[in-house]
Design a protein around this ligand. Structure first.
Ligand SMILES: [Zn+2]
Length: 106
């Protein structure tokens, strides 16, 4: 399946979207250093979502996709990136269940 230009696919859930929706992890050429966002080399994309990061980490999808060892601190950085999004998600989740509860009470 071919994707429109600038579309990327999450290595965990395989969702596609424009590349700015994803976290980008790059294996630099030629050093094979793995880092976030910047640099030329083999790239992997991940939704900024806990589920996707969990899967990427637990199943080493990231390592396999980049054909490189992923250092622990890279995962730490990824989790840090997620935190603001997670907090937003939690708030939305709470607001939604609150809304649902109110609907049921009506
Ligand atoms: Zn995903």
């Amino acid at each position: 399946m071919s994707l429109p230009p600038n579309y990327r696919r999450c290595i965990s859930c395989r969702a596609t979207g424009s590349k700015d929706q994803f976290l980008r992890i790059v294996r630099l050429h030629p050093t094979h250093t793995v880092q976030l966002d910047q640099g030329m080399g083999r790239s992997a994309y991940l939704c900024p979502q806990a589920e996707c990061l969990k899967l990427a980490q637990r199943k080493n999808r990231l390592g396999r996709s980049l054909k490189a060892a992923i250092p622990e601190d890279l995962y730490a950085q990824l989790w840090q990136r997620l935190e603001p999004a997670l907090q937003r998600g939690n708030l939305e989740g709470k607001a939604k269940s609150e809304e649902k509860r109110r609907m049921l009470e009506r």
